[in-house]
Design a protein around this ligand. Structure first.
Ligand code: GDP
Length: 328
């Protein structure tokens, strides 16, 4: 795709064209060198229209897709435009993304004001991060008011999603006993809003107890600088009956507005952008270093001299960088 074509595609995305949107995301997801170039032209041509970016995580079975479908129907019903992006770094390995299953949100998929994108199938978290960030830019240019970035509860992907969203929501299931059902403390500490799903029927009383347990645990977590008292917050919802959904959404809006007033919303976004810039610079540098033909041999030689103790690791690194031309 030529630059002019990429720019025209960007224009159609900005005009709200859904097919152009799908093509544009496919383009930014591609790793082919010529596609990357076209993707850069596309991204540069897109208008900047930031949406409210909400991260959502929870272990499989907790009700993420049911929740997104129910919340999404509510938001699109209110006239909001919604994009759902999935991050599933494991999908490459398991072959077939669990988050890629379109039947999961069948009703929402049919809404004109909703766009659902399954996870790109790539194992490397770094690649997924870049593509998801670029996809966020694309859906925002399309006019999304809300971008939901969904991930399964596996290790590093939450951290990644926290680093690209404004508000992070953790969905949990009603617990049987008094244990906090093994939700990793690290993940709990990242959450702004903790929602106990399935608070309906036989599970309702259990859900309320679980919520109270988590609310207690959250009180021991230091609030984010600038956040009002009472955050992070724990609430009950039911994706099945819709109970608590409006309240959960109102809470998300309330926190976003409080952060906007406090100024932390913008500083948080700026810090995120700076961190991603550093990250892109570092990965770009390493990729260029690795791609340099003369440097590869020197690197191997330096590495073996480090292994034998002939060179210190620092001296070996300097040797390679100086030869590469990185000495100023
Ligand atoms: P995901 O794997 O996190 O996306 O979870 P799903 O949305 O696929 O839901 C897993 C199971 O939990 C399904 O059988 C749903 O019908 C059920 N489920 C989801 N939300 C609710 C809820 O609010 N109440 C009840 N009772 N069941 C739910």
């Amino acid at each position: 795709m030529r630059e002019a074509e990429a720019k025209a595609l960007g224009q159609r995305v900005a005009d709200g064209d859904r097919r152009a949107l799908a093509r544009a995301i496919t383009l930014v997801e591609s790793t082919r060198a010529d596609h990357r170039e076209a993707a850069r032209a596309l991204l540069a041509a897109l208008p900047v229209r930031p949406a409210l970016r909400v991260g959502l995580t929870g272990t499989p079975g907790v009700g993420k897709s049911s929740f997104i479908e129910a919340l999404g129907m509510m938001l699109t019903g209110d006239g909001l435009r919604l994009a759902v992006l999935a991050v599933d770094p494991s999908s490459g390995r398991s072959g077939g993304s669990i988050l890629g299953d379109k039947t999961r949100m069948s009703e929402l998929t049919r809404q004109r004001n909703a766009y659902i994108r399954p996870s790109p199938s790539q194992t490397a978290l770094g690649g997924v991060a870049r593509r998801t960030r670029e996809a966020i830019r694309v859906v925002e240019a399309w006019g999304a008011d809300v971008v939901l970035v969904e991930t399964v509860g596996v290790g590093q992907s939450e951290t990644m999603v926290v680093e690209m969203t404004d508000i992070f929501v953790l969905l949990i299931a009603p617990a049987g006993g008094d244990e906090l059902q093994g939700v990793k403390r690290g993940i709990m500490e990242m959450a702004d809003l903790l929602l106990v799903n399935k608070a309906d029927g036989d599970l309702e009383a259990q859900a309320r107890r679980t919520r109270a347990d988590y609310a207690g645990a959250l009180r021991l977590i230091r609030p984010r600088p600038g956040d009002p008292a009472g955050w992070p917050r724990a609430m009950c919802v039911s994706a099945a009956t819709g109970a608590g959904l409006a309240e959960a959404w109102a809470s998300i809006r309330e926190l976003a507005e409080a952060r906007q007033t406090a100024g932390t919303f913008e500083t948080h976004r700026r810090a995120q952008a700076e961190a991603w810039f550093r990250h892109a610079l570092e990965t770009g540098l390493l990729a260029r270093l690795a791609a340099h033909p003369g440097i590869a041999a020197l690197r191997r030689e330096a590495a073996s001299r480090v292994a034998t103790g002939e060179l210190t690791p620092e001296a070996a690194a300097d040797l390679v960088l100086d030869a590469w031309g990185g000495n100023g």
